[in-house]
Design a protein around this ligand. Sequence first.
Ligand code: UDP
Length: 235
Amino acid sequence: MQPLYEGKAKRLYTTQDQDVLRIVYKDEATAFNGEKKAEFAGKGELNNRLTSHFFEVLAAAGIPTHFIERTSEREQLVRRVTIIPLEVVVRNVVAGSLSKRLGIEEGTVLETPIVEFYYKDDSLGDPLVTPAHINLLKIATTEELSLLEQEAHRVNDVLRPYFDNKGITLVDFKLEYGKTPAGEVLLADEISPDTCRLWDKETGEHLDKDVFRRNIGSLIDTYQTLFNRLGGNGQ
Ligand code: UDP
């Protein structure tokens, strides 16, 4: 069966139900807009379990997502949405591109979390965009943008204490939203160590994809450690 869409980390298939898609998590990891690539046996399974678990944590806190259920080691069913082409990044601590762009030291704790928008376009390198740019590109209205910003803060308000309780700092993360045919905006895509920065509160150890980006450790050992720290079986 041909995928409806193949991304860097996942493949999407249609199902008999036109409102439901099947996602298959791949073992591939990429960084720097696809310039760095590698396969890690077991990554797809770990990210499928972790994403499913985080979406369940959010659903329990009353945050709607596209997630329906995890159906196998690598697969989950989700509600079909049209992805809004924005990466919604939430930051609690300075790291990565924010540190480089503004010259603030990595690890500086932000007094209040901030939300940024990046335009999802590989050929442009996913540039940071302002609300005026987003209006200009007709990606979202001002009202939709403030909803996204509010919703992203709400996700942070659930996940930050969740990780804190496990001895982990949620440094930053990326969200994607989609629209159902009825126009409902839902949290979509994935939440995993591919899309979050997670630092051990005591040692500062990186428990996320930075180990691959920065060549500072084994990706699979790191994701497995995270998985075990969260109680194994993603609980
Ligand atoms: N992120 C992501 N996909 C992207 C870009 C960023 O999931 O295409 C996540 C990244 O893992 C981090 C957060 O968004 O948790 C902020 O990333 P940043 O802007 O600092 O970019 P980076 O330094 O990763 O290039």
